[in-house]
Design a protein around this ligand. Structure first.
Ligand SMILES: Cc1cc2nc3c(=O)[nH]c(=O)nc-3n(C[C@H](O)[C@H](O)[C@H](O)COP(=O)(O)OP(=O)(O)OC[C@H]3O[C@@H](n4cnc5c(N)ncnc54)[C@H](O)[C@@H]3O)c2cc1C
Length: 293
């Protein structure tokens, strides 16, 4: 192909400059705080986590660096939420699913992408940014001002009525625009137009966002079901053979982790719950027998 290019008819490739294969650390060795499981204080980011791309490496580097500093100070390590940031989506994908090929973060990987918008990034990530200590005092003051303004706009929309309908609900109508909203509610004229637009989008997508948050809630509940008491999946009759083999290799920490493994179906998750429930009742009855004796 190279020789078909003008001027390259005689070209000889001495060495390929771009290696598309590289070594990386297996995902089961990396915690969601980007610490290597077998160490106390080694944090990793970027290509060695199996990702490709400047942005992926930079975002992980930010978190790994912040968590390394927190570990040094004896502070709790931070984990970004999948429901609240693309960084959370990426890290959750890396540590729970792993990667067969260099991973790039697409917006389609996020279930909650109507919430993960550019216009609300300040409001979404202010608390997290503050907790990892990456916000300057000047930036903090600016963002707090924007967040207060957003709350005030929401209050105005809640109490105002447009064409016989609550203004917040009016924002959900097709064709509802920020300029028109400000014309209809002059009280909004003194507020920042970008923040008004952002709050309108919150309203417009509120149904989808609520549904998505509900799904997150059930996922979070599944996260609290620990699978650490399972010594081997190979003997669990409640799940299919393929699932046993996959789980035996992946050794997920929780039911939610198991659910994210490719090939694991909802029926396998139900099977795991049945197995755990059966085991618990066996423990209960044997401990009762123990006290009776
Ligand atoms: C030709 C090419 C083009 C690309 N184009 C794009 C693009 O257009 N857009 C995009 O998003 N991504 C692109 N990428 C991918 C992107 O460059 C990488 O995904 C990203 O740089 C990975 O960052 P990193 O910090 O994980 O690793 P690196 O950037 O590779 O950083 C690792 C660093 O560790 C150092 N190091 C290694 N071993 C040791 C050691 N033993 N001791 C001390 N230091 C060591 C290395 O010298 C290096 O500086 C491209 C990659 C290549 C090769």
């Amino acid at each position: 192909m190279v020789r078909t290019l003008p001027g390259f008819k005689e070209a000889i490739i001495a060495d390929y400059g771009y290696a598309v294969e590289y070594s990386f650390i297996h995902h089961t060795e990396i915690t969601p705080a980007l610490r290597l499981r077998r160490t106390e204080n080694v944090f990793v980011a970027g290509q060695m986590c199996g990702t490709s791309g400047y942005e992926e490496a930079a975002a992980q580097g930010l978190l790994a660096g912040a968590n390394a500093a927190r570990a040094g100070k004896g502070e709790k390590l931070l984990i970004p939420l999948r429901s609240n940031s693309y960084l959370g989506v990426m890290i959750d994908d890396i540590v729970s699913k792993g990667t067969d090929e260099p991973y790039r973060l697409f917006s389609s990987r996020a279930e909650n992408r109507l919430h993960l918008r550019q216009d609300n990034a300040d409001r979404r990530l202010y608390e997290f940014g503050k907790s990892i200590g990456v916000l300057s005092e000047r930036k903090s003051i600016l963002l707090e001002g924007n967040i207060n303004e957003a709350v005030k706009i929401e209050k105005v929309l809640d109490k105002s009525v447009i064409e016989g309908c609550q203004a917040a609900l009016w924002c959900r109508r097709p064709g509802a625009e920020a300029e028109r909203l400000v014309e209809l509610i002059p009280e909004l004229a003194s507020f920042n137009k970008d923040i008004i637009f952002s709050i309108m989008l919150d309203e417009k997508y509120s149904g989808y966002i609520r549904r998505s948050l509900k799904r997150d809630e059930s996922r979070r509940r599944a996260s609290s079901v620990s699978l650490s008491s399972i010594p081997s999946y190979m003997e669990i009759k409640e799940i299919c053979w393929e699932a046993r083999e996959v789980l035996e290799i992946a050794k997920p920490q929780t039911l939610a982790d198991a659910g994210r493994i490719p090939g694991i179906r909802p029926t396998d998750l139900e099977g795991l719950l049945l197995y755990l429930a059966g085991k618990r009742s066996t423990w209960n009855s044997s401990s009762k027998k123990g006290t009776e004796r």
